[in-house]
Design a binder for this molecule. Structure first.
Ligand code: ZN
Length: 259
């Protein structure tokens, strides 16, 4: 019925598909990021700072599910400055190695990146990212690399403005439900989204109260309400779809917002 229509046009003209939730844009982005090189070290503002300093734009909270990575890989999350003053000094003195905080990672790890958190994805890491639909990014450091002969623009002052110091690690508690045919892990629930991981081996029906649900099949194959799905498929369950039945051997990430 909506074949060929873009998500943006359905969002504009058929808001009922998304539970008539408010907003001038679709609220989430879900991305697969396959980092070939170390990505630049950046930080995002929160909604209040972005609204004031970026023409009413939204800030960005994002989260990462590690799909794959090298052995002994790490990501950059947070910094080691004890307060704002030391942060400023270390940035101005370009003490990047001292400043940057690295976190060892392995497949299946999950991280919530709050606004004001210094972060970067390292080469060889494959992640699934769920984030607020915003593109406000302040680049703090780009490893002094050149692109077409010139360094990419940095946003040092805005970065210093928004970086929270000291960095406080957030310990996410996964709520895990394990039954014979499935395991459901509630990875995060925050103001902007929730993200769950579901592994099914067999058949199970899951409750769904969200106004819409974005699903990404990470592994395996099977079906959802008898429609075949397999690794690499991404789709949205619109409002009114209700509870859904997964069948087969599947790992799925579900991202959505609360009503
Ligand atoms: Zn980011």
């Amino acid at each position: 019925m909506y074949k060929g229509k873009k998500l943006s046009s359905l969002w504009e003209n058929h808001r009922e598909l998304f539970g008539n939730i408010q907003g001038d844009r679709f609220p989430l982005l879900v991305k697969i990021i396959d980092a070939k090189d170390d990505l630049s070290i950046q930080v995002h503002p929160d909604d209040a700072y972005a609204k004031k300093n970026e023409n009413g734009s939204l800030g960005k909270t994002e989260c990462w599910y590690i799909l794959d990575c090298n052995e002994n890989a790490d990501l950059i999350i947070g910094h080691n400055a004890k307060d704002k003053e030391e942060l400023q000094q270390m940035i101005h003195n370009r003490e990047w190695n001292r400043l940057i905080r690295k976190v060892p990672i392995k497949k299946g790890d999950f991280f919530q990146i709050e606004p004001g958190t210094v972060h970067a994805i390292t080469a060889g890491t494959l992640i699934l990212e769920t984030q607020q639909n915003s593109d406000v990014t302040y680049r703090l450091y780009d490893y002094d690399r050149l692109s077409n002969g010139v360094p990419r623009e940095l946003h040092i002052e805005k970065s210093i403005d928004v970086i929270k110091a000291p960095f406080k690690e957030k310990n996410l508690e996964r709520k895990i439900t394990k039954e014979k045919n499935f395991t459901k892990e509630e990875l995060v629930t925050c103001e902007f989204y929730f993200v769950d991981k579901i592994d099914v081996d067999g058949t199970n029906t899951f409750e769904n109260l969200a106004p819409f649900l974005i699903m990404s099949v990470l592994e395996g194959e099977g079906s959802i309400n008898h429609t075949p799905v397999k690794k690499g498929d991404h789709f949205i369950l619109p409002d009114g779809f209700g509870d859904y039945t997964l069948e087969g051997k599947l790992s799925v990430i579900c991202s959505g917002v609360s009503r």
